[in-house]
Design a protein around this ligand. Sequence first.
Ligand SMILES: *[C@@H]1O[C@@H](CO)[C@H](O)[C@@H](O)[C@@H]1NC(C)=O
Ligand SMILES: *[C@@H]1O[C@H](CO)[C@@H](O)[C@H](O)[C@H]1NC(C)=O
Ligand SMILES: *[C@@H]1O[C@H](CO)[C@@H](O)[C@H](O)[C@H]1NC(C)=O
Ligand SMILES: *[C@@H]1O[C@H](CO)[C@@H](O)[C@H](O)[C@H]1NC(C)=O
Ligand SMILES: *[C@@H]1O[C@H](CO)[C@@H](O)[C@H](O)[C@H]1NC(C)=O
Ligand SMILES: *[C@@H]1O[C@H](CO)[C@@H](O)[C@H](O)[C@H]1NC(C)=O
Ligand SMILES: *[C@@H]1O[C@H](CO)[C@@H](O)[C@H](O)[C@H]1NC(C)=O
Ligand SMILES: *[C@@H]1O[C@H](CO)[C@@H](O)[C@H](O)[C@H]1NC(C)=O
Ligand SMILES: *[C@@H]1O[C@H](CO)[C@@H](O)[C@H](O)[C@H]1NC(C)=O
Ligand SMILES: *[C@@H]1O[C@H](CO)[C@@H](O)[C@H](O)[C@H]1NC(C)=O
Ligand SMILES: *[C@@H]1O[C@H](CO)[C@@H](O)[C@H](O)[C@H]1NC(C)=O
Length: 861
Amino acid sequence: MKVALLISLRMSLTVFLLFLLLIPGVVAQDGWAVNYNSKSVCTLKGSALSMECTYTPPSNHSVQKAFWTKELVTSGSEPPDLSDDPEYRGRVQYLGDEHRDCSLRFKNVTETDQSKYYFIFITNQPGGKYQGAGGVDLSVTDLQVEVPERVIAGDNVTLTCKTTCSLTVRPTFTWYRNGSSLSSSTDQLHLQPVSSDNKDRYHCAVLGQNSPEVTLNVRYGPKNISVSISPSGKIVEGSSVTLTCSSDANPPVQNYTWLKGTSLVAEGETYTMKNISSVDSGEYKCRSSNEHGQKLSEALTLNVLHPPKNVSVSISPSGEIVEGRSVTLTCSSVANPPVQNYTWFKGTSSVGKGETYTMKEISSVDSGQYKCRSSNEHGEKLSEALTLNVLYPPKNISVSINPSGEIVEGRSVTLTCSSDANPPVEYNWIKGTSSVGKGETYTMKNISSVDSGEYKCRSSNEHGEKFSEALTVNVLYPPKSVSVSISPSGEIVEGSSVNLTCSSDGNPPVEYNWFKGTSIVGKGETYTMKNISSVDSGQYKCRSSNEHGEKLSEALNLNVLYPPKNISVSISPSGEIMEGSSLNLTCSSDANPPVQNYTWFKGASLVAEGETYTMKNISSVDSGQYKCRSSNEHGEKVSEALTLNVLYPPKNISVSVSPYGEIMEGRSVTLTCSSDANPPVEYNWIKGTSSVGKGETYTMKNISSVDRGEYNCRSSNKHGEKLSEALTLNVLYPPKSVSVSISPSSETAEGSSVNLTCSSDANPPLQNYTWFKEGGSSPVGSGHSYMAPQSGIYYCEAQNEHGSQKSAAVTVTVKGGTGVLIKVICIVVGVVALWVALLCIVFCVRRNRQGSTATCKTQAS
Ligand SMILES: *[C@@H]1O[C@@H](CO)[C@H](O)[C@@H](O)[C@@H]1NC(C)=O
Ligand SMILES: *[C@@H]1O[C@H](CO)[C@@H](O)[C@H](O)[C@H]1NC(C)=O
Ligand SMILES: *[C@@H]1O[C@H](CO)[C@@H](O)[C@H](O)[C@H]1NC(C)=O
Ligand SMILES: *[C@@H]1O[C@H](CO)[C@@H](O)[C@H](O)[C@H]1NC(C)=O
Ligand SMILES: *[C@@H]1O[C@H](CO)[C@@H](O)[C@H](O)[C@H]1NC(C)=O
Ligand SMILES: *[C@@H]1O[C@H](CO)[C@@H](O)[C@H](O)[C@H]1NC(C)=O
Ligand SMILES: *[C@@H]1O[C@H](CO)[C@@H](O)[C@H](O)[C@H]1NC(C)=O
Ligand SMILES: *[C@@H]1O[C@H](CO)[C@@H](O)[C@H](O)[C@H]1NC(C)=O
Ligand SMILES: *[C@@H]1O[C@H](CO)[C@@H](O)[C@H](O)[C@H]1NC(C)=O
Ligand SMILES: *[C@@H]1O[C@H](CO)[C@@H](O)[C@H](O)[C@H]1NC(C)=O
Ligand SMILES: *[C@@H]1O[C@H](CO)[C@@H](O)[C@H](O)[C@H]1NC(C)=O
């Protein structure tokens, strides 16, 4: 504006001066004249120009010097010639002559060239010096692109190419963007419209002269708005969080405003929330603004995590909680992220999990303080306690009595009722079916037996009532009214059963003791005597007693009738009963009434009557069992048997042998002695004259010939002894100790004989002897003795009916018979060889059949 104003001011001045200069007649006086075609010239820096000019010197003057200068002529001095100025040298050229043309050419004009230029000419006449008045005013300008002061995005903008003076020559304009030429050829460039991100460089040019480049400072409202959060990630309550708004704007954003939801919460590019809390959760937006507009960011959601808080427990249904109902506790709390776990506590112990805790059929034991603990990953919190008061009708009702223990007449007794109930109860006391009192306790002073009975307590509240178990009050007192009765009544016969019964009144129930005379015989209400006997007769009393006292009954007389018993038999004189003596048997027995008749039995037969039975000149046939029978009107009884044992010495002694018949050596033989005696006898065995054994039997195992002989048995008791007949034992055996005796000697001369005699022991004695000569199979003789006719080895065989035995061999030698002896030897050797060969052949034949010949051959050879 200033520039433009300046330019137009200058222009108007120039025009004014030009107007003055161009006024006709403005020619120097006296014939001197200088005429500048233009009083002022406007040109571009660096361009070339010509200043057109004409002059006229006076007529008789001849121009001696003509030149241009920047200075005005002063007296005495000559202004410098422009051409001589080093600054202009080479750039100015005088194109005029010495009489009329005075044009000057300028090249490569610079800004410093801006000045007034005058033409001077000097003549040959004195004082012939003349300077063209006014001069030429030279203005030098450069190109400037004019941009509107405020360019707002979207506006239609016009750029103008400007000079400081009005160019003398009308030029052609060229426009460039980023160095590339554009189509506009005027001094204006229209941009319709301009965008906010315009960064283009513009300049204009005239005749090769370029203006400086300009860029547009396009102003625009905020854009590209965004909100960032620091720190990123999870935001936990108590931490510090900074929101930062960024946006692009020209001029830069002045004001940032923070909105939470729709309400403004802060200003400034950043919004810091220290010690953030859950209430800071929400959607945040940032609004940025400058003079050209405002913009709202996208919403940023802030999710503040925090442990549970505001933990509280609610109960459903509300109101009274009566036992048996279903009650649900619900835990509520605020947490981010939502509560993960709920834990329920009753007192200090955990009872459940989950958001709700339901107690179906709640009972009194569920009363108590409940808390809920809610937790998420950031922590946990416990709720306030909720007190659950479960109402219920009375239960566990019980009655106690004080003092405990026995209640004796005259004491004071208090009954106390206790029960569990919510809310507390009222108590009523009932004896039997009638109500007797109220209140927790019921006191009976000076208690008497009529107060005995069953007491109950009724406990009730608004939810129900309950009766206690009956408590029996039992008032104690000592026995009274003691009496005894007997059953059956009438005669009491031994063996029957009798009950004595005592009755009396007493509490606690009495104990009964029975006395016969002064001694205790029984206990219990009834004293039963089964199978009563005579000893039970007497005076009986009953004593009734309990811990509070005792009382004795009147005496009752018992008379027991019985048949005979204790019956016994005695013998007189006592001691041993020897044959021929006499004695008395006496029966005695007890009976009520006394025994009338006694009867005596030997075995089963009746032998006498009367209390005493007399036997004279007793004999062994009187031995036996005796019994006595006694009787009265109630029965009879037979005594134990009494054994009468009549003593006598042995008689009828005899000996027997077993087995019967012949007795062979080696057998076992038993002799048995038998005899009649009382008391029983001792037996002794005698062989010949010597005692060989004792006992009823005498056994000889493996009997031998030496056991032959006569045996007697002697039987004896203290009343005498007796010897048996003799028994002859004959032991049979086969021959033994067979031997041959030689007579006269074993050597004899040929022609005489040797007398061999065989002897042996045998029973029965031997009948037969048989003689054998060794080497021969058949006997050579028989009889007790044998005459051996020739040399040889002889033996005899003895035999009886029980067996036989051979003697040892004896050798008989008959001298002088050597030839015969050799013959005999040869024959014997030959026979032996023949027998060996024969045996071998038999053996070989057998072996051959079994397939083996080799061994056979060897053996044969
Ligand atoms: C020219 O010269 C001057 C002096 O030199 C005279 O004064 C003039 O008169 C003269 N003029 C003419 C017309 O001659
Ligand atoms: C114009 O002048 C400038 C400085 O005055 C110089 O650098 C430049 O070379 C000149 N140009 C020409 C064409 O002479
Ligand atoms: C900008 O120029 C276009 C085209 O000439 C025209 O349609 C639009 O209305 C102009 N916009 C403004 C804000 O002048
Ligand atoms: C011009 O150059 C600027 C960087 O100098 C670039 O951002 C812009 O996109 C360019 N414009 C065109 C039309 O190439
Ligand atoms: C920016 O905030 C300041 C101070 O609160 C206020 O004066 C100004 O109007 C606001 N500007 C915008 C564009 O909202
Ligand atoms: C919740 O209960 C489960 C199972 O008992 C257990 O594994 C888990 O650790 C608990 N979580 C918390 C936060 O206590
Ligand atoms: C005695 O008493 C017992 C038991 O009570 C009874 O069995 C019996 O018959 C009674 N005897 C007599 C004789 O009354
Ligand atoms: C047996 O009794 C009668 C009569 O009492 C008596 O005379 C006699 O002497 C008695 N005989 C003996 C052996 O006691
Ligand atoms: C006893 O003996 C007499 C005479 O023999 C007889 O009459 C009586 O019945 C007997 N008494 C008894 C109880 O046997
Ligand atoms: C042989 O001896 C016996 C007894 O010594 C005798 O009895 C017998 O007569 C004798 N015989 C001869 C023939 O001498
Ligand atoms: C005794 O010998 C004879 C004749 O050899 C014979 O008949 C008899 O039976 C024998 N007697 C006995 C007891 O062997």
